[in-house]
Design a protein around this ligand. Structure first.
Ligand code: SF4
Length: 89
């Protein structure tokens, strides 16, 4: 009996790693197509009850009226429970 050659191990590693990378790529592609969260699910309100915390100064806000993570039309004056501060300019 002979032990698997070094190149046999390498081939297996490449095949396994390649398979994992393909799976990760598939998840990545699916991830970009993932649906955004529903406004109701994040307790979106059209007028922010919190001073200085609104969609207009949230890291996820996409001007003029959208959000990276919440579905639908988003008002800059609105607010939801996943608000996070936009980076300072
Ligand atoms: S607060 Fe931020 S995360 Fe929530 S809807 Fe507004 S922009 Fe999107």
């Amino acid at each position: 009996m002979s032990e698997p050659s070094q190149s046999g191990k390498s081939r297996r590693f490449v095949l396994t790693t390649g398979g994992l990378l393909l799976a990760a790529a598939a998840v990545g592609v699916a991830g970009t197509a993932e649906a955004k969260m529903a406004q109701k699910g994040v307790q979106y309100v059209a007028k922010s009850p919190k001073p200085n915390m609104n969609c207009g100064n949230c890291a996820s806000f996409l001007a003029p009226a959208a959000c990276k993570i919440v579905d639908g039309v988003i008002s800059p004056a609105a607010y939801c429970m996943v608000w996070s501060p936009a980076p300072k300019k």
